[in-house]
Design a protein around this ligand. Structure first.
Ligand SMILES: N[C@@H](CCC(=O)N[C@@H](CS)C(=O)NCC(=O)O)C(=O)O
Length: 355
């Protein structure tokens, strides 16, 4: 039986109960956007998608997913609700569901997690797209405006996107570094015991939907991932390794910046690689790992790059200043100096072009 795409989307939307969770962004009066975007303010994967939407000024219907990770007595996360999970399962297309946890969140390494954000529903093509890297690429291809992935740089940009996808962002958020926990205190405290809370919600959902094999498969896969994630953050060795990988990650960008004189990852043009790097580096700074470049010696080019990247107006709007996107962190100071750095970059580019 053919699936009624709008009904599928409406069922996912109905699961998000508060009216303020739904809003239309950037559309002309009365126009219904083509894209429905399910995202969470604080989620690093959602940051990537929002940064593309705002950078390219793509209108969208925003669905604010409440992940309820931090509060100890929080209700069931929206991203576990049947309507939303069934929307994501459309994109699974028989591929492997999530089967473990390596600290990163890439579908290539972990399989598809049916219970996470972000998700994109394209009402025009009646297609659901999951995985932030795929969503960002899809949005770029399907919309007008200066491409973030120009054809001549596509392979090089894909390599940068893969590098960022492989960075263990999730691992270092959920777990403490054995050499000292620098994470913002309130978030670190709120995340303690998070895996057990997630598993409890998922078990309750299995019990409530015992007649739905698709949901049982989805929730069972998610429980396996969360059990594996719990062990990951409890092991000192894996956490030490995750932090070492982040150091290499920053150095990889420094090496990339060394290959040219331009201000951005690929040279003169701001591309998808910059969206991804900006999100990744801002999260590292927020979490207390800005020292990987801020000492001025370890990754000097990254140090200058972050000043430009964090001051990009679309990045500020979609990530830094998006409501509830950046919980207080002792590692984030006033962002005003970034604006000055960007201004200087624009001036330098204009001067190079003129000469
Ligand atoms: N590969 C996926 C990973 C998505 C993912 O791990 N999302 C996290 C937030 S960044 C999430 O929704 N976590 C909630 C949970 O696991 O309960 C992507 O890039 O979209």
């Amino acid at each position: 039986m053919a699936i009624d795409f709008s009904a599928l989307v409406e069922r996912a939307n109905a699961a998000l109960e508060a009216p303020e969770q739904h809003s239309i962004i950037g559309a002309r009066d009365g126009q219904s956007p083509r894209f429905d975007v399910y995202h969470a303010p604080f989620s690093v994967c959602s940051h990537k998608v929002r940064a593309v939407l705002v950078e390219k000024q793509i209108p969208f219907t925003s669905h604010d997913i409440r992940m309820n990770l931090v509060a100890h007595d929080a209700p069931c996360p929206d991203n576990y609700k049947p309507g939303y999970v069934r929307l994501r399962l459309q994109a699974a297309a028989g591929g492997a569901l999530v089967h473990g946890f390596t600290g990163q969140s890439s579908v290539a390494s972990e399989g598809l997690d049916p219970c996470v954000v972000p998700t994109l529903a394209d009402r025009e093509k009646e297609q659901v797209v999951v995985d932030s890297a795929k969503i960002c690429t899809y949005l770029d291809q399907e919309t007008d405006g200066t491409p973030l992935i120009p054809a001549d740089l596509a392979d090089a940009i894909a390599a940068q996107i893969a590098l960022i996808d492989e960075a263990p962002h999730v691992g270092i958020l959920y777990g403490a570094s054995p050499s000292g926990d620098q994470r913002p205190e309130r978030v670190a405290a709120g995340l303690s015991g998070v895996h057990d809370r997630k598993i409890k919600h998922l078990q309750a959902l299995i019990a409530a939907h015992s007649d739905a094999p698709d949901l049982i498969a989805a929730y069972t896969a998610k429980i396996a991932k969360e059990k594996s994630a719990k062990s990951f953050i409890q092991e000192a060795d894996t956490m030490v390794d995750a932090h070492a990988r982040m150091k290499d990650h920053v150095i990889a960008l420094d090496n990339q910046l060394k290959t040219h004189d331009g201000p951005w990852a690929m040279g003169e043009a701001y591309t998808m690689a910059d969206i991804m790097w900006s999100v990744s580096l801002f999260r590292l700074k927020w979490i207390g790992l800005g020292r990987l470049w801020e000492d001025g010696d370890s990754a000097p080019r990254v140090n200058a790059y972050t000043a430009r990247a964090f001051s990009r107006p679309a990045f500020q709007k979609s990530v830094i200043n998006w409501p509830k996107s950046t919980p207080p962190s002792k590692h984030i100071e006033d962002t005003a100096p970034y604006a000055q750095a960007l201004h200087e970059t624009w001036r330098a580019i204009a001067a190079r072009k003129a000469s």
